[in-house]
Every structure is written in structure tokens, then in C-alpha cells.
Ligand binder design. Structure first.
Ligand code: R5P
Length: 306
């Protein structure tokens, strides 16, 4: 495990918590950490450049930046400039809580000439922070964030929370993973609930279109299918899986994901395809974020505060 730079000495001032686009959960996170909400102005100049000013004292303090990084291109520079400013003002350590960690899916050069942007993003962010805490990053070709991020990180697993929600809301669940990559969540949740699970296979045809394999699920007609995945982005994966299950006579599935990005009208399209309910963690601000991850994130952050 990598070690964080700098020190947080005994008797030091409370950590400063900066919330960027994730305000409500960040307030709960701050309470759990006994952190002081930072007085800070982060705004755009008329030409679109970012302005940052801390009104709270920063020198010698631990600074925790909790940021929504869904649709990251428009949000990352304010985060980086806030971190850079904190360091410049003498922060003891600057950590980033990114409940949803973007740029994880371009984890290989799939076609000649492509950039492996997961790496470039990791290097850029790591130049400005001392540690990182996140929830279930999309680890597929990378085994761990340590393969990618030069700074130390803690990964929080939402699987127990997903299992708790499903256990409380769904009768006789059959966990369905739409593709091999979802097996890590489907398998853990099924294990925690002692419920059956199946994992389908998916072929991606384009950014938005996928084909999901047919499978004989007739043995589970009396169960409620629960699709589990890490990310709903365009919704293509979940929508195609819902359609294929409904076509085979299964009841309308419940869709559960860790991160709900919901590009365009993805949530509405999912419901129109026959999904009876869609629920996600609150890692990205959206109306489906019923499953609260702040207590788990606080545990991850605490490990950098000792
Ligand atoms: C990829 O393998 C992920 O686990 C998700 O299945 C994927 O990112 C979902 O994307 P979309 O909603 O655009 O199909």
C-alpha cells in the first residue's frame, strides 16, 4: 500500500472540507469527519476560467475536497485548482474524495492510435493531491488503483449497501449481471443475500449500443430479476438486458447500480423498456441516489487522518 505525503500532527486544527458539486452528501461526510466546512469561493470568470479563494485558514491543515466528477471535463479543473491553491497556502495534506471516479473505462488502447486516458487522468490528478478515496472504481484491466494512481488510495465497496437495499425491497431476487465485468458486484451481492445469480455476456457495438447474450432463465420465473452493474451511463447495457429478460417472460426487473450517470434520457428510457424501478448510490447527484455512501467514505478518509 502506498503511503501519503506529509503529516497530520496531534492537536492540529480540524480538517477543512471543501464540497464541489456534491454538497448534501459532503455535509454528512464532513460531520462524520468532524471537519470544518471550508469558506471558499470557486467560481468562473466571465471568460470561463476558474477563480479560487479560500477564506478559511489553510496553513498546516488537512484539506479534504469532496467532488462530483461525473461529466468530468467540465468539473476537473476547479478541483485541481482548488487542490493547488490549498497546497500553495501551506495545507499539510490535500485529499480528494471522488465518490465516482471517471476516466476508468478507457483502460487499454482498443484501436491503434487511441490514447489511454485513464492513465493520463490519473497522472494529472495525482500531481495535485496526496491521497484519493472513491467508491467502486471501474477496475477491469487494472487490478487495483495502485496500478494507475501514483498516490495512495482507498476504495470503498458499495456491494454490502446494494445487498442491504435489495434485501429490504425485493422479494425472491435473482441477481443478473449484464456482462462479465459486472460479475464482481453481482457475485458479492448474491453471496451476501444467499440469492441465485446469473451473468450474461455483452458485446459492445458502439458507445451507446450493445448486444446481450440470450440465456435460459426459465428456472427463475418466480424470482424478481435484479440487474446489478457498476455504472449506468447511456443506459444501453441495462436497457438491452431489461428488454431481453422481459421478452423471455420474466417479470420487469429492478435495476441497481453503484453510479448513475444517466446520459440524456437514460433513466426514462430504462423505465420505458420495462424496468420496474431504478436505484443507485448517491455517488453522482441524481434522483435515483437512494443508497447513501457517506458513512463508508468517511471510514476511507479516516484512514488518512491518523
Ligand atoms: C462496462 O463494462 C460497465 O460495467 C457498464 O456496463 C457500462 O459502463 C454501462 O454503460 P452504458 O450504460 O453506456 O451501457
Amino acid at each position: 500500500m502506498k503511503r501519503a505525503r506529509g503529516r497530520h500532527s496531534r492537536g492540529a486544527a480540524r480538517p477543512l472540507l471543501v464540497a464541489l458539486g456534491w454538497e448534501d452528501p459532503a455535509a454528512r461526510l464532513g460531520n462524520a469527519l468532524r471537519a470544518e466546512p471550508a469558506r471558499i469561493a470557486v467560481r468562473r470568470f466571465p471568460d470561463g476560467e476558474t477563480y479560487v479563494r479560500f477564506d478559511s485558514a489553510v496553513e498546516g491543515r488537512a484539506v479534504v475536497i469532496a467532488a462530483d466528477l461525473s461529466r468530468p471535463d467540465e468539473k476537473i479543473l476547479p478541483v485541481l485548482w482548488t487542490a493547488a491553491t490549498a497546497r500553495d497556502l501551506g495545507a499539510a495534506r490535500v485529499g480528494l474524495v471522488a465518490p465516482y471516479l471517471p476516466y476508468m473505462r478507457q483502460d487499454a488502447r482498443f484501436q491503434a492510435g487511441e490514447g489511454i486516458t485513464s492513465r493520463y487522468f490519473a497522472q494529472t490528478v495525482s500531481a495535485h493531491i496526496d491521497w484519493l478515496v472513491t467508491v467502486d472504481p471501474h477496475l477491469h484491466r487494472y487490478r487495483s488503483l495502485d496500478d494507475l494512481y501514483p498516490v495512495p488510495s482507498r476504495v470503498v465497496s458499495a456491494a454490502p449497501l446494494l445487498a442491504e437495499w435489495i434485501g429490504a425491497h425485493v422479494q425472491a431476487p435473482l441477481l443478473v449481471g449484464p456482462d462479465a465485468e459486472s460479475e464482481q458486484w453481482t457475485g458479492s451481492v448474491a453471496g451476501l443475500l444467499d440469492a441465485p445469480s446469473v451473468v450474461l455476456s455483452k458485446t459492445r457495438l458502439s458507445d451507446r449500443e450493445v448486444r446481450v447474450s440470450d440465456a435460459d432463465l426459465s428456472a427463475w420465473r418466480d424470482c424478481t430479476p435484479v440487474l446489478v452493474d457498476d455504472v449506468i451511463s447511456t443506459g444501453g447495457t441495462m436497457i438491452e438486458t431489461v428488454r431481453s429478460l422481459v421478452k423471455r417472460g420474466l417479470p420487469g426487473p429492478v435495476c441497481v447500480a453503484v453510479h448513475g450517470i444517466f446520459v440524456g434520457g437514460a433513466r426514462e428510457e430504462l423505465l420505458a423498456a420495462g424496468c420496474r424501478r431504478v436505484v443507485t448510490c448517491n455517488t453522482v447527484p441524481n434522483p435515483t441516489g437512494e443508497i447513501d455512501v457517506t458513512a463508508l467514505l468517511a471510514e476511507g478518509v479516516q484512514s488518512f487522518m491518523a
